[in-house]
Design a protein around this ligand. Structure first.
Ligand code: FES
Length: 176
């Protein structure tokens, strides 16, 4: 005898829960198909999301961010040693500062103080970044706080100099 179950009209011979749910004529089985379909969809979605976000997770672990534009900041000749210019990066609402230090280095950071967001400025006599609101001091060579209330470093803006023009090309958060 053929052990294949005789199918009722409009029933399909398949194990696909979504098809069974749509074609199901027996209301008692709705809950079974609904639950299975939901679980399969939920598991599939979470696996797909996990896989899709792996590259971003790896970059975040390495302190890298993604998709930055190359933005012109200033001509190098317009920033003598001991001077600085302000700009915005990566967006118009992210204030930043480019410093040509008294030692001739070029450094750039987002300039919102990591205490309460006041703008920091370059204090060339002490060769430090100073936040005037509560006297927070940052090391100009790496953006780390050195005294006062701030506990976290300033985000580092990566720069390039090309044909005498200084460009911002990326940003790094260096804390967890
Ligand atoms: S806001 Fe900069 S030290 Fe408080």
């Amino acid at each position: 005898m053929n052990d294949k179950k005789k199918l009722a009209r409009n029933q399909k011979d398949t194990n696909d829960d979504m098809i069974n749910l749509v074609d199901n004529l027996n209301r008692d089985e709705d809950l079974k198909y609904n639950r299975r379909s939901f679980l399969k969809t939920a598991v599939g979605t979470s696996v797909a999301l996990s896989v899709a976000t792996i590259p971003f997770s790896v970059k975040a672990m390495l302190g890298m961010e993604t998709d930055y534009n190359r933005v012109e900041i200033a001509k190098l000749e317009d920033i003598p040693e001991g001077d600085s210019v302000v700009f915005n990066y990566p967006n118009d609402n992210d204030p930043a500062i480019l410093i040509h230090t008294v030692n001739g280095d070029l450094k750039a950071y987002n300039s919102a103080c990591t205490h309460l967001m006041c703008p920091v400025f370059y204090e060339k006599t002490q060769d430090v970044l100073l936040c005037p609101c509560h006297k927070g001091y940052f090391d100009v060579s790496n953006g780390q706080p050195i005294s006062g209330p701030p506990q976290r470093e300033l985000p580092l803006i990566e720069i390039e100099v090309d044909n005498g023009i200084v460009y911002a090309v990326g940003r790094q958060y260096r804390h967890g």
